[in-house]
Design a protein around this ligand. Structure first.
Ligand code: AMP
Ligand code: MG
Length: 351
């Protein structure tokens, strides 16, 4: 079944969401929009249903899923306790793109397959109306990772993911292009400190308004070495990367960044190689490569476009993709985190 909506409330067909909710109750998978990216969801209490998600994505069994809820009662059912700081974060950022890693209740409530046997569970309350309705009508929390085959960029519109996932789900809810375009911010709270495990739309700066101490985990921008223990298993895996070789170049001084990108382009051109540049709209004209794509005018637009662009890269059949870096302020940290993975850690930062 396929139901297409826009994100506007008045155009939402609640009967179709009801049908999708019944699929969840029956232990089947549903593709649905959230404000971050699309999710591929199953009843979080149903071990067999959740296993289907891992099969559909080809996801490693040690990479836990985020549990999506629509009301606070669902959280109380799943987690051992909620600290004062966590309560403040919930009040300020839920519903919204913030995943909090809590200590989980006895292991029988949420099956081990959801949390990859960890004694914690990641929970988020999405604000997207279709997602909220789906969870509410299903009446159970929905375990849902990003909708994409593992390793590929996350799906931000149905057209990008329909081919790889349509045979694997029982219902598709199409909510158009997702608002944010990057996955949620994932955090862990320890006493009065917040540790950012994956940056997202809720920025470090916003979290600093609630807590005195906010740290960015070293693996957010650093490479994970083989056999290294990480706070969030998802950090270990290849992600977002096209097959074509990509590199990121960044300098706070845009002229320096543009010169360096043109220098690399010129060298490769002389060897008869083809280069694709991904750049901010205002910089496009400054590049000497013939093939260049607009990433957007600002960080919000770049976040929204980047996964679709990365998915299209391989079709262009170039030898190298050079992507402009965006810095680490605000949403820049989340975009940079995705870009350096897409580039398999090939990047230059010029002072
Ligand atoms: P995805 O839903 O595919 O965007 O990935 C979810 C991310 O949340 C992955 O990077 C997971 O490693 C992370 N995650 C989910 N649950 C936990 C948990 N209990 N502890 C640490 N990280 C988690
Ligand atoms: Mg993912």
């Amino acid at each position: 079944m396929f139901a297409k909506y826009s994100n506007q409330k008045e155009k939402i067909n609640f009967e179709e969401i009801e049908e999708a909710a019944q699929k969840i109750q029956n232990g089947e998978l549903v593709l649905f929009p959230t404000e971050t990216v699309y999710g591929i969801g199953a009843n979080a209490f149903d071990e067999i249903a959740v296993k289907k998600i891992f099969e559909a994505k080809g996801r490693a069994g040690d990479n836990p899923l985020i549990v999506h809820i629509s009301n606070l009662q669902m959280v109380n059912e799943i987690v051992e306790e909620i600290s004062d700081l966590e309560k403040k974060l919930i009040e300020k950022f839920w519903p919204g793109p913030l995943t909090i890693i809590f200590k989980r209740k006895s292991k029988d409530v949420i099956p081990n397959v959801v949390t990859a046997n960890l004694n914690t569970v990641g929970i988020r309350m999405p604000s997207n109306l279709i997602a909220k309705e789906l969870i509410q009508r299903a009446g159970v929390p929905i375990a849902a990772p990003s909708a994409n085959v593992s390793g590929r960029p996350s799906g931000t519109k149905i057209e990008d993911i329909i081919e790889e996932l349509q045979d694997k789900v029982s219902y598709i809810l199409d909510g158009g292009l997702t608002d944010i375009g990057l996955e949620s911010t994932v955090i862990r709270v320890e006493e009065n400190k917040i540790n950012i495990l994956r940056p997202g739309k809720i920025t470090k700066e916003q979290l600093e308004e609630v807590a005195n101490e906010v740290e960015v985990d070293s693996h957010v921008l650093g490479k994970v070495e083989k056999n290294e223990k990480v706070a969030s298993p998802g950090m270990k895996y290849r992600h977002y990367a096209p097959n074509t070789k990509c590199m990121m170049v960044y300098s706070e001084d845009e002229d320096k960044m543009i010169s360096r990108i043109n220098e690399i382009t010129l060298g490769m051109k002389q060897e008869g190689k083809k280069i694709l540049i991904l750049a901010k709209k205002k910089n496009l004209n400054n590049y000497i490569s013939e093939i260049k794509w607009n990433m957007g005018e600002n960080l919000n637009e770049i976040a929204k476009n980047i996964f679709t662009l990365l998915r299209k890269v391989d079709k262009e059949q170039v030898d190298l993709v050079i992507i402009e870096g965006v810095g680490r302020n605000g949403l820049g940290l989340a975009i940079t985190n995705r870009l350096i993975r897409a580039c398999a850690y090939q990047y230059e930062i010029i002072n």
